[in-house]
Design a protein around this ligand. Structure first.
Ligand code: ADP
Ligand code: MG
Ligand code: ZN
Length: 480
């Protein structure tokens, strides 16, 4: 038997920080990078006698995510206490949802080798984040920063529908894109505002029951998700092949060694003693919220991608670049509305010059100094052969720097193509007179020489020549 005799089964649990200004049960700021413990109050410090009050925005964001992921939204759900001891959890429990979560039974469609696959979403619930223990502060002491304690999280739990590390990676990307599009999460794996635990098991092909799973923690990049899962699949297959048994464990991914190792097994598993939170009433979704979120749902990345390919006849590659960022896609459509020429040409400007300048400046679209109309005007000038494609790049760079309209830049810098035929003819005649041998070759049937002559004329016109016009004039002069 070999690895191909086994089938991997994977389910992901994703924690996403909801982008609210304040925490889930108090008014403290959620801002990243504040001095340790600056963003705290008696509620998130877990002082006796303090009481939590739910942040309404958190519910709105989670309902939005639930609606976008096709979930049933429970009008009434329950808060529970998840009890455990750890220094970053001063209350001794985390307020979460257990028996009855806010959202259930959704799905996310992903592409697997060009085929659509529906991945079930079991539940989405709300909970508060814990603080952070800092062990490397020096002096041999461990410190606790509670700025994160009480930051709102959604936990999105998939069904065990994923069958390979590639599928898991696709699912995670698609999920991140949706949440970022909705404006409820910033999708940052490295900074921990989008976190993923992977449940992995293997079973012999044809088996009807899933194998025992391990839960992998500490996966903080898309590359690590695939690496950790592949490592774990190989480990479990080898174990089974040598007659061993997979233990239900929580395992930690170690990126420096490229392996997972046991953190705790089922025997030492936490008994969280969940029970209903007595300090909070059941979570009742405000009337009309689900309906409103449903009506106001933006177009999601997947639909947008398909529409960009269909409506603009763009390649999957171009469409993917444009759609990856909702603001970029919106800007593309805005420019397009004023332009109306070739969408492929416009896409080339977006993936070429625009991206290049934004990258160079390390700037976002929000800082652009020119409106979409000006971008469209520049392309029209090129289409009408009023500026050369090369000069247009200079014009664009200046628009980017100064916000001046393209027309004024072209005029001010004299970048317009020569429209006056007589002026072009003067240069054409001079080039013909200076190159009698080439002219003779052309007349003798060596038509390739024309390219050389066109080049000479354009050079003589210092970038102001219109290649098509020069071509036509030369041919006319040479007697065609
Ligand atoms: P728990 O409540 O212990 O976290 P759940 O049954 O809710 O366990 O499942 C948690 C995650 O594990 C879900 O994403 C689910 O899809 C996944 N999962 C469950 N069983 C398996 C299995 N046998 N192999 C892989 N993943 C699994
Ligand atoms: Mg779990
Ligand atoms: Zn607080």
């Amino acid at each position: 038997m070999g690895a191909s005799d086994f089938q991997a089964v994977i389910g992901l649990e994703v924690h996403g920080q909801l982008l609210t200004e304040s925490k889930i049960f108090c008014g403290c700021s959620t801002r990243f990078g504040a001095a340790p413990n600056a963003n705290t109050c008696p509620v998130c410090l877990g002082m006796p006698g303090s009481l939590p009050v739910l942040n309404a925005k958190v519910v709105e964001f989670a309902v939005r995510a639930g609606v976008a992921l096709g979930c049933r939204i429970n009008e009434r759900s329950i808060w529970s206490r998840k009890n455990y001891f750890y220094p970053d959890l001063p209350k001794g429990y985390q307020i979460s949802q257990y028996d009855l979560p806010l959202c259930e039974h959704g799905a996310l469609v992903i592409d697997v080798d060009g085929v659509e696959k529906r991945i079930g979403i079991r539940r989405i619930h709300l909970e508060e984040d814990a603080g952070k223990n800092i062990h490397d502060a020096g002096g041999g002491e461990s410190l606790v920063d509670l700025n994160r304690a009480g930051v709102p999280l959604t936990e999105i739990v998939s069904e065990p529908d994923l069958r390979s590390s590639e599928e898991a990676g696709e699912y995670l990307k698609a999920l991140r894109d949706v949440l970022v599009y909705l404006g409820v999460n910033d999708g940052n794996l490295e900074e921990g505002s989008f976190r993923c635990d992977a449940n992995v098991s293997v079973m012999r092909r044809g088996a009807t029951e899933f194998g025992t799973r391990a839960e992998l923690k500490n996966i903080n990049s898309f590359r690590f998700v695939r690496q950790a899962i592949d490592y774990e699949i190989a480990r479990q297959v080898a174990l089974l092949e040598s007659g061993g048994k997979v233990l239900q464990q929580t395992r930690l991914w170690d990126p420096s060694r490229g392996e997972t190792r046991s953190m705790r097994s089922k025997e030492e598993a936490h008994d969280y003693r969940y029970f209903p939170e007595p300090d909070l009433p059941p979570l009742l979704v405000p009337e009309g919220m689900v309906e409103r979120e449903r009506t106001e749902l933006p177009e999601l990345p997947r639909e947008k991608l398909q529409r960009f390919q269909a409506d603009f006849s763009l390649s999957a590659y171009d469409a993917r670049i444009l759609v990856a960022d909702r603001a970029l896609a919106d800007f593309f459509e805005a420019v397009w509305k004023h332009y109306g020429g070739s969408a492929k040409k416009l896409a080339n400007w977006f993936t070429g010059e625009l991206q290049r300048l934004l990258n160079e400046e390390g700037a976002g679209l929000g800082t652009l100094k020119f409106p979409p109309q000006h971008f469209a005007e520049l392309l029209k000038l090129v289409d009408a052969a009023e500026v050369s494609a090369n000069a247009a790049k200079d014009v664009f760079a200046e628009m980017f720097r100064t916000g001046q309209p393209p027309r004024s830049i072209v005029d001010a810098r004299g970048l317009g193509l020569e429209k006056d035929t007589t002026a072009v003819e003067v240069v054409v005649d001079a080039v013909l007179a200076a190159n009698p041998e080439e002219v003779a070759k052309y007349r003798a049937g060596k038509k390739q020489v024309l390219g050389f002559l066109v080049g000479q004329v354009l050079k003589g016109m210092k970038g102001k020549g219109n290649p098509a016009q020069v071509n036509a004039l030369l041919k006319a002069r040479l007697g065609e």
